[in-house]
Ligand binder design. Sequence first.
Ligand code: ADP
Ligand code: MG
Length: 234
Amino acid sequence: MALIKLEHVSKSYDLGETRVDALKDITLEIEKQHFVSFVGPSGSGKTTLLNLIGCLDKPSAGMVYLNSIRVSDLATREAARFRGEHLGFIFQNFNLLPVLTVYENVEYPLIMVQDVASNERRERIMHYLEAVSMLDQKDKYPGQISGGQKQRVAVARALVTNPKLVLADEPTANLDHASAFKVISLMRQMQRDLKTTFVFSTHDPKIMKEAELVFTLEDGQITSKESISPPNSN
Ligand code: ADP
Ligand code: MG
């Protein structure tokens, strides 16, 4: 059974006189535990597509299913609950809260979204900070660490709620190549270890090659689907 299923999904934005057809009749499936990338130039529809899969927005037509639940039908509040319980997000701009420490940023979803008891909270936070090699930086503030380190904290924050699916919209766009590669390798390792499905977007061809499955988007349509077997895959 596919974890993600889109059936004839379209999304248009009405701008008064004009209309932008951001996604045009997209049908696709993504299996559990995969490492998947959406690639395409700016404006091709990557963010729109990730927002629909992430229950942050609704299609103009068609259906989105996650784990056989028709999430495109969920009301705003149900969608919010679904996101908190099942999804993790990583953003291009890291979106860490500047007034919270690294530790507190990772703790945030466990308090605000999932209400996890304090003992277990601490255990999970320490575990994931260790996993992303940021334990020794846990008392620093986002302003005191590098972009690559911020994104590693964001990976920990996305995973700490044990989501089934992590969505990352251009997670490496604001990183130099070495840091970008490190963040993607970390995501890949987490996907293997935790069997979490990761779906990320990028316009960087080098980053895209790290995925197992690559969908190419052009002008709101999927123009190719390519399976990649990296030499180090097992
Ligand atoms: P990408 O992430 O690949 O750059 P987007 O999904 O952001 O692409 O955008 C796809 C198309 O939809 C673009 O033409 C963009 O201008 C348009 N678009 C995206 N969001 C909005 C919005 N909120 N209102 C109007 N047009 C939008
Ligand atoms: Mg985008």
